[in-house]
Design a protein around this ligand. Structure first.
Ligand code: C2G
Length: 446
């Protein structure tokens, strides 16, 4: 019996896929189809897939052309499969011409003609889209636009900045169709808004966008007062809109895996968390402007607070701040937090630097995430018996913003139940800690 194997994502299964499967089947007597897992696609940089692996497998099965369906989950698996299943022919579309010649050592390799005029990309283009209007045209928005091109259900509709000249330069540079002269003009072009303006303006812009019926993705910190955060979430709920805080760490693959591993007891009960996020910044920058809520706590605290609230909950018994001040803002702050059964401490700095790693300590071992832990692709679980230590690697593509953008798009498209990895409760608690600092609660200054 001649065995043929082929692989693919088979997203939004179409005639091109069916032709390919038929041609592959005609090459032999038994066709094995390998369907990529969502994680493997994520790893090989395919973030655009619309259907999940179960749906894609069902679609391949429904063609009736596959005698056997397997899943493809790692690079190099094709060689293993050829041996494991006794494969005679490896077949793949001609868009891969030459790429799989290394398999000729193990079986016959056939490149089949690709069907022109149809592709998953074309079908995805026709699907519903979230049209995002950007408010604020600074550094983070500049990184957001190219990252958004990796998410298929997103289109940037326009940008707004009260400084018209700056906005025009931004739109020209990034090829954005509309340089809006007013918020109303921006809102007319979009169904979602990305707030990337300085953080003292977040509350007003987010509120205005929600009132205009737009989903909102807002940069960190969402706001710096607990009551304002509660008000915005209540408004979003009332209007049935998505309100998310853009926080690249919360949505990146390595951090997500670390959290679920620790939540499932990989290091026992968590007793302490230590983390630091320091980024030396020009002292004359807006981030250091005391009149505009600048300073290290306002700028960076949402990073260390993320693992702390994720892993220890939001019921903080007490918090103490020790801040080094300069020109009315904290250039470096150390924070100690007390929970019922654990402690946490973190450092944030814009005018001083320290080691940017994170350690989560538990009753059976600890997790170590090297600097900069907030944009990591790697962490290690360490135990008394070093033989049990485990190193874990995950992708962190580009600037890492594409993960939060994808989650935002999925939530906005869900039109109903959606899950976000950074829940409302934690965002409100973050604003509460920043508010306590700004109100000088338990604050010692140097
Ligand atoms: N295909 C085709 N004609 C099209 C579109 C796709 O013949 N118009 C073929 C591709 O050449 C491939 C198969 O259909 O052989 C599946 O395509 P994708 O779903 O795009 O999967 P791909 O990313 O090509 O995965 O390990 C995975 C493989 O390397 C291929």
């Amino acid at each position: 019996m001649k065995k043929v194997i082929t692989y693919g994502t088979f997203d939004l299964l179409h005639q091109g896929h069916i032709n390919l499967l038929r041609r592959a089947k005609e090459l032999g007597d038994w066709l094995i189809v390998g369907v990529t897992t969502d994680n493997f696609d994520l790893e090989r940089g395919k973030l655009n897939t619309s259907d999940n692996v179960m749906k894609r497998i069902d679609a391949v099965r429904a063609t009736g052309l596959a005698d056997e369906v397997i899943i493809e989950e790692y690079r190099g698996q094709k060689i293993d499969d050829i041996h494991k299943y006794g494969v005679d022919i490896f077949a793949i579309g001609s868009d891969w011409e030459g790429y799989f010649d290394y398999l000729k050592e193990f079986c016959e390799v056939v490149y089949l003609p690709r069907t022109e005029g149809i592709s998953s990309t074309m079908l995805r283009e026709e699907q519903a889209k979230i049209r995002i209007g950007i408010i604020g045209t600074g550094g983070i928005a500049r990184r957001f636009v190219p990252e958004s091109t990796h998410v298929n259900s997103i289109a940037i509709s326009g940008a707004y900045n009260p400084d018209r000249a700056e906005c025009e330069a931004f739109c020209r540079e990034l090829d954005i169709p509309l340089c809006a002269g007013s918020l109303e003009e921006l809102y007319a072009s979009c169904n979602a808004v990305y707030v990337a303006s300085p953080h003292y303006t977040h509350y007003e812009y987010a509120k205005s966008a929600l009132n205009a019926g737009k989903h909102v993705l807002c940069e960190t910190p969402l706001v710096l007062e607990k009551a304002q955060a509660e008000e915005l979430f209540a408004l979003a709920r009332k209007k049935k809109l998505v309100l998310m805080m853009a926080h690249k760490t919360a949505y990146c693959p390595a951090f997500g895996h670390l959290v679920t591993l620790l939540q499932s007891g990989a290091i026992g009960d968590i007793v302490d968390i230590k983390a630091a996020t320091t980024t030396i910044t020009d002292l004359s920058s807006e981030k250091m402007d005391s009149a505009r809520f600048g300073g290290s706590m306002n700028e960076n605290a949402c990073f260390p607070l993320l693992p702390i609230f994720h892993l220890l909950g939001t019921d903080v018994r007490d918090t103490m701040f020790i801040a080094q001040m300069k020109g009315g803002v904290d250039i470096y702050t150390k924070v100690i937090m007390l929970f019922d059964h654990a402690s946490a401490s973190f450092e944030v700095g814009l005018g001083a630097k320290t080691e940017g790693s994170m350690v989560v300590s538990g009753t059976k071992g600890y997790a170590y995430v090297p600097a900069p832990w907030w944009k990591t692709d790697f962490f290690e679980l360490r135990y008394e018996d070093q033989n049990l230590n485990k190193k874990c690697f995950y992708p962190f593509a580009g600037e890492g913003l594409r993960y939060e953008i994808k989650e935002f798009a999925s939530a906005a498209l869900a039109e109903g139940y959606f899950y976000t990895k950074l829940p409302e409760k934690e965002i409100i608690a973050m604003a509460g800690i920043q508010e306590a600092f700004n109100r000088k609660h338990n604050l010692k200054t140097l």
